[in-house]
Design a protein around this ligand. Structure first.
Ligand code: SAH
Ligand code: SF4
Ligand code: F3S
Length: 470
């Protein structure tokens, strides 16, 4: 270790949106200590890999990256310079010391609950110690993490993630999350509102609330009353500037009436919901410890559609869970068609050490998993394209987010999270405007602006009023 303090920071993020949010918080926590983010790993004095443990491939990627970092450090040392290497996130939490054993170049290892201690951990590592911090502390890390700075947030754009809940108590038998993220914790309402107001003031128009089980949210308000996600969304929708709210990921058992009422009543709550079922066969759902049957799930879908008839759905699916037969898999295919998902993430089952699934008999052969995944993907792709085509001819409110690839073009998102490209002036960035969808491409839509609103707050309200009538 050299004496000089590394000042250039590069964080590489793997895994879910919660890691994306966490990486930004780590950068915020280090900014007051003189660390500036850089775009290229080779320029950094401190590299943090914010890792994901969800599937074997995800966690193995980390070790190959660590190999490259070790080489980079060797080069640096040959030139009398240095590099500090940190591993954060879910692999850090799951493997702790083991990481330093497998990859001795690593200086510090810290889990998702330690980010507010990062400056202190770095200082300890500077003294030459290998630092491993994977405790689940009592204190509230969010209370200790600095709020996002306005100028930083602005650079990050019009849409922002906001973690409102962490951890999971569900213990699906395939999943590492309850072990890597700990048990369910909800952030207090006022803390969430404060952060959302900061984001809104920095120009953010759309919030995506995050949590491993976000709809299990039950934060305390200023009077000590427990507030559900529906009420939280209503409070967030009152913040000037916040026009759209989304949330992810939800568990079917936590779709409460209160939340469904929010979907019915809140215009800001977008009609696109990620609600994983994982598999269609009750036998497999039971082995997965999902604690709901296929019929339970279909009833939840009915309630959602009753509250918000234009809701589009997405999901997660695992193929080849231990014991899954061809007949079980056909039930998954059937559920995909019955629900009519507009999109979905699909995965081959990956054995995770320490989870109950890992020691189950009847592991499914890799070739079988590949074959099933292919069929499932074909079905979901067909449905996704059909969904995109179904909005052609409609006029949708689009949040304009950025300039397009071609000069004179702009791009944004429909309420259903579809990317929409159109001709238009960049002064519309930040506004929600009615756009007629004229063409569906594979992964995006082409639109035509119906009325060009002027860039003042009144026109934003006007265009939302138009949107409400579509
Ligand atoms: N908290 C979210 C996401 C968990 S991880 C939720 O409860 O839905 C995201 C997805 O990864 C899961 O929904 C599941 O489909 C998939 N997944 C989790 N563990 C897996 C494993 N061992 N093998 C394959 N896919 C897995
Ligand atoms: Fe994992 Fe299940 Fe918890 Fe989702 S609900 S994070 S899949 S254990
Ligand atoms: Fe991966 Fe951890 Fe997210 S395991 S999916 S980074 S919660």
């Amino acid at each position: 270790m050299t004496e000089h303090t590394p000042k250039k920071l590069f964080i590489k993020t793997y895994g879910c949106q919660m890691n994306v949010y966490d990486s930004d918080r780590m950068a915020d926590a280090l900014a007051p200590h003189g660390y500036e983010p850089v775009q290229v790993m080779e320029d950094a004095d401190l590299v943090v890999l914010n890792t994901c443990h969800i599937r074997e491939k995800a966690s193995e990627k980390v070790f190959s990256e660590l190999g490259r970092l070790r080489d980079l450090r060797e080069e640096r040392r040959a030139n009398g310079q240095d590099l500090m290497i940190g591993v954060a996130g879910c692999v850090a939490q799951a493997e702790g010391d083991e990481i330093v054993r497998r990859a001795p170049a690593v200086d510090l290892v810290f889990g998702p609950q330690s980010y507010h201690r990062l400056p202190e951990l770095i200082a300890r590592a500077h003294n030459g110690a290998k630092v491993v911090d994977t405790d689940f502390p009592e204190e509230d890390k969010f209370e200790h993490l600095p709020a996002a700075k306005k100028e930083v947030t602005l650079a990050r754009g019009l849409t922002a993630f906001l973690t409102v809940q962490e951890g999971c108590d569900k213990f699906c038998s395939f999943c590492v999350v309850p072990y890597t993220r700990g048990s369910e914790v909800s952030r207090p309402v006022e803390q969430v509102l404060r952060e959302a107001r900061n984001l809104a003031e920095a120009g953010v128009r759309e919030l995506t609330l995050l949590g491993q089980n976000v709809n299990a949210y039950h934060g305390l308000d200023a009077r000590g009353r427990s507030v559900g996600l529906g009420e939280l969304c209503a409070r967030l929708a009152e913040i000037p500037g916040i026009a759209r709210i989304r949330y992810t990921t939800s568990h079917p058992l936590d779709m409460t009436d209160e939340l469904l009422e929010a979907h019915r009543d809140l215009e800001a709550l977008m009609p696109y919901l990620h609600l994983p079922i994982q598999a269609g066969s009750d036998r497999i759902l039971k082995a997965m410890n999902r604690r709901h049957t296929r019929a339970d799930y279909m009833r939840v879908i009915e309630r959602i559609m009753a509250a918000r008839p234009d809701m589009a759905l997405s999901g997660d699916f695992i193929v080849g869970f231990p014991g899954e037969t061809d007949a079980d898999f056909e039930e998954t295919m059937q559920v995909v068609k019955d629900v009519g998902y507009a999109s979905a993430y699909t995965f081959k089952y990956s054995i995770r050490p320490g989870t109950p699934g890992a020691s189950m008999d009847d592991q499914v052969a890799e070739a079988k998993k590949t074959e099933r995944l292919q069929r499932l993907n074909d079905q979901i792709n067909a449905q996704m394209h059909a969904f995109h085509r179904s909005v052609v001819g409609r006029t949708l409110p689009v949040l304009i987010e950025k300039a397009g690839r071609q000069p004179g073009q702009i791009g944004g998102r429909s309420p259903y999270l579809q990317a929409v490209h159109m001709d238009g002036p960049t002064r519309l960035i930040g506004q929600i405007i009615p756009v007629e969808i004229v063409e569906a491409r594979n992964n995006s839509l082409i639109g035509k602006i119906v009325t060009v609103a002027e860039p003042n707050p009144a026109s934003v309200i006007e265009s939302q009023a138009i949107a409400a009538h579509i």
